[in-house]
Design a protein around this ligand. Structure first.
Ligand SMILES: CC(=O)N[C@H]1[C@@H](OP(=O)(O)OP(=O)(O)OC[C@H]2O[C@@H](n3ccc(=O)[nH]c3=O)[C@H](O)[C@@H]2O)O[C@H](CO)[C@@H](O)[C@@H]1O
Ligand SMILES: C=C(OP(=O)(O)O)C(=O)O
Length: 432
């Protein structure tokens, strides 16, 4: 199993390109199930989760064409000037609406096939994703919404079975804001009869990106980006070409890495438009941030000031950036209070950061982080995607060598992480 070896102390400087967003690309790929015509996606990040999703779609009978892009110097896909992959999906041959456990267990976003399959194929059998490191993550709201749209849904032997000859429009109020729940129901409603209204909808930019693509495919979705989304069902969708939006969490992660190391970086192919809460907090740490149309530059002070955060659905501070902010607070001046309100078990990185010398106390959903003058390198274990990113940031500033084990989590969500860090001057190596 690969590990990441980091020699701490290098200041990150220079420029890298941000990849397409994992959390936008995954639902987008599922949207292709809704039509018999080919759909092409560009700027698709080269990630393990994307590979898993494509494998899942392929075993359902979808034809997958993946054109790997090379960077400016003609080298590996997903390098420092990544153009992303181009993926064309042809679901005209969809004949097996099944998502088996062995694929779903490695990637919770696989539940996103449920809505499109019922809408297009009239049935779906999708393994329940089960719990994971950050929390239980049930899918009851996905089921509640499909049931309201007239699907017969049962959960047996660890699988959700859903059937509907044709879904019908419904008014759905989700009990909590759910991102993939909103996406699943929005996709399903596109082929339903009549109007569906999703209230308490997620407002995340990835939901808007999906709605934009669905509309390009002939859907009639309005209100995405607000908490009420209206979908007028249509009889069929057609093919389209869509560029995946930039990854705002990857962007935020590199901004944090640069901030922690006292660096000066420019991130291209991205935008500060979806990162207000994160950028606001980074400015509170003392960083200077300049936003350009398609780029962001961050210059860090010699030492950061601690900042408190509270995670909540968009446009508030994203839970997917909480771990990275714990890492920067671990070496900042002062004490920060970090409150996690989305997932019940998303402090797994704290114990590993403590092993590197951080001063962190946890009380329920709140972490108290007292900045220390320095961290010391050690061997640590990655437990989930963003926890792993926080350990990378800590390793970059720690004295000596840090070895991060189980980096398959990072490969799920960060395209060419080691290459991008090396391009910014980090001393990082992937070792077997
Ligand atoms: C692929 C993708 O886009 N993943 C993102 C998505 O995950 P995901 O869509 O799985 O997260 P949700 O927004 O659904 O989860 C929010 C909260 O609602 C709960 N819940 C959700 C659905 C449901 O049916 N029942 C229920 O109880 C969850 O357990 C969690 O406590 O949004 C999360 C919250 O911004 C991000 O951390 C993930 O990176
Ligand atoms: C939790 C995340 O992803 P997923 O929903 O795919 O597990 C994430 O991107 O931080």
């Amino acid at each position: 199993m690969d590990k990441l070896q980091i020699s701490g102390g290098a200041t990150l400087r220079g420029e890298i390109a941000i990849s397409g967003a994992k959390n936008a690309a995954l639902p987008l790929l599922c949207a292709a199930l809704l039509t018999r015509e080919p759909v092409t996606f560009t700027h698709v990040p080269h990630l393990n989760d994307i590979g898993t999703m494509l494998k899942l779609l392929e075993q359902m009978g979808v034809k997958v064409m993946r054109e790997l892009m090379t960077n400016d110097s003609g080298k590996v896909p997903g390098g420092t000037h990544s153009a992303g992959d181009t993926v064309t999906l042809d679901a005209s041959t969809l004949d097996n609406p099944l998502a088996p456990y062995d694929l779903v267990k490695t990637m919770r976003a696989a539940i996103l096939v449920l809505g499109p399959l019922v809408a297009r194929a009239g049935e779906a059998k999708v393994s329940l994703p089960g719990g994971c490191a950050i929390g239980a993550r049930p899918v009851d709201q996905h089921i509640k919404g499909l049931t309201a749209m007239g699907a017969e849904v049962s959960v047996e032997h660890g699988y959700v079975h859903a059937r509907a000859s044709r879904l019908k429009g419904a008014r759905i109020f989700t009990d909590m804001v759910t991102v993939t729940g909103t996406e699943n129901l929005m996709m399903a409603a596109c082929l339903g009869a009549g109007e569906t209204i999703i209230e308490n909808a997620a407002r995340e930019p990835e939901v808007v990106d999906l709605a934009t693509c669905l509309n390009a495919m002939g859907a009639r979705v309005s209100g995405a980006g607000s908490d009420v989304i209206r979908i007028q069902g249509v009889d069929a969708l057609h093919g389209a070409t869509h560029r995946v939006m930039p990854d705002r969490i990857e962007t935020g992660t590199y901004l944090c890495a640069a901030a922690a190391t006292g660096g000066d970086v420019r991130l291209t192919c991205t935008s500060s438009a979806y990162l207000d809460a994160v950028i606001d907090k980074l400015m509170d740490t003392g960083c200077e941030i300049t936003s350009e149309r398609d780029a962001i530059r961050l210059k860090a002070p010699a030492r950061l000031t601690a900042v408190s955060i509270r995670t909540a659905p968009y446009p508030a501070f994203p839970t997917d950036m909480q771990a990275q902010f714990m890492a920067i607070n671990a070496v900042a001046d002062g004490t920060a209070v970090i409150r996690e309100t989305i997932f019940e078990n998303r402090f797994m990185h704290a114990v590993e950061l403590i092993r590197l010398g951080a001063d962190i106390k946890i009380d329920g959903n709140t972490a108290f982080v007292k900045g220390v003058a320095e961290l010391q390198g050690a061997t640590v274990m990655a437990t989930d995607l963003r926890a792993s990113a926080s350990l990378v940031i800590a390793g970059l500033v720690a004295q000596g060598e840090t070895v991060i084990e189980r980096i398959y989590h990072l490969d799920r969500g960060y395209e060419a992480l080691d290459q991008k860090l090396i391009a910014l001057g980090a001393r990082v190596a992937r070792v077997k």
